[in-house]
Design a protein around this ligand. Structure first.
Ligand code: AMP
Length: 323
């Protein structure tokens, strides 16, 4: 870890980090017993009001690392949105909002997630009813600013999550336009897996005397996750090898990431045709459908199911080995 002020001493509990009892109650409900490394590194600095640029591994607990201290500074009596969190995708915005809601539950902190593809009037009603935290994707946030439902000058703290991802998706202008409007912002937290030129320029533009925390250590995986890669031949159309991998690994459930919507549709059709219970999710799916698919994944409803025997035979002819 490198940081210009953070000397991390081994702190065992959230209370050691100065977290209040009602927030700890929310953390206990979520099953968080002890702070993770990224939380130990960031919580006190954010509580102190420092600007923070945080580089850490995906899945390391970074949402709570900024969520816990920012929520601790809020009360349910604050009338106007005080914390803005920008995220590159609808799913991430939804996940962040759910986690922040859990953390702030006993303090009665209200969180709204705003993103395209979902009813804007529901989002407007929620904001008007009174929220302290707004989590959203840049396009929908700008839309709400243009409609004067959101006034960026009410935000005291702004978080950019997956900043590098957001910029690589072409959101630079939207992000800077939103941030430029946050004229009363006192604290900026920027989270990013990489610190490329665009992200650095964002850090320079919106923070001064920033504390940089780097926990990435050039490791791309999270402890406890077993990574395997397969080399494939060219005897079969490329996507067919996936069926072999499924037969070798026998996952109880699986998520397949592909590059394009066309590939998503192709792979989903191929797997479904082979008898695997498969759902496709991509940007062109209506939001309700995306949420239905995500819920099916979470509940464990999507299982490979009945095609197994067939696969075993398929694989016996042409088994792939982990490389
Ligand atoms: P994130 O990096 O924010 O995506 O978090 C990764 C996962 O870690 C999420 O599923 C969180 O619910 C979980 N998590 C975050 N903080 C803690 C904690 N202190 N103890 C246990 N799990 C945690």
């Amino acid at each position: 870890m490198s940081s210009d002020t953070a000397e991390s001493t081994p702190l065992e509990t959230f209370a050691d980090l100065g977290i209040a009892a009602d927030i700890i109650e929310g953390l206990t409900d979520l099953g968080y017993q002890k702070p993770l490394e990224v939380q130990i590194a960031a919580i006190r600095l954010i509580l102190e009001g420092r600007h923070v640029s945080l580089r850490s591994k995906t899945g390391s607990g970074k949402t709570a690392a900024f969520g816990i201290p920012l929520i601790q500074k809020l009360t349910s009596t604050i009338q106007k949105p005080a914390v803005l969190v920008l995220a590159p995708t609808r799913e991430l915005a939804g996940q962040i909002a759910a986690e922040l809601t859990g953390i702030g539950h006993h303090r009665k902190i209200e969180v709204v997630a705003v993103y395209g593809g979902a009813s804007i009037s529901d989002q407007i009603n929620k904001i008007k009813a009174g929220v302290q935290i707004v989590v959203g994707t840049p396009g929908r946030l700008l839309d709400l600013v243009r409609r004067r439902v959101l006034k960026p000058d009410t935000f005291k703290a702004v978080v950019l999550d997956e900043a590098d991802e957001m910029l690589s998706m072409g959101f630079y202008e939207d992000v800077t336009s939103l941030m430029d409007g946050c004229t009363n912002c006192e604290q900026v937290v920027i989270l990013s897996a990489s610190l490329d030129e665009d992200t650095k320029s964002l850090v320079d533009r919106y923070t001064s005397d920033v504390v940089r925390i780097d926990l990435s250590a050039d490791v791309l995986s999270v402890d406890g996750i077993h990574n395997i890669y397969y080399t494939i031949g060219d005897e079969l159309p490329r996507h067919h090898y996936l069926l072999h991998v499924m037969a070798v690994e026998k996952p109880s459930s699986a998520i397949v990431f592909v590059n394009t919507r066309k590939d998503a549709s192709l792979v989903a059709t191929l797997m479904a045709r082979e008898g695997l219970q498969t759902e496709m999710i991509s940007g062109e799916l209506p939001q309700k459908e995306r949420e239905r698919v995500m819920a099916a994944i979470r509940s464990g409803e999507l299982r490979p199911g009945r095609a197994r025997d067939r696969y075993q035979r398929f694989v016996a002819r042409d088994q792939l080995q982990p490389a």
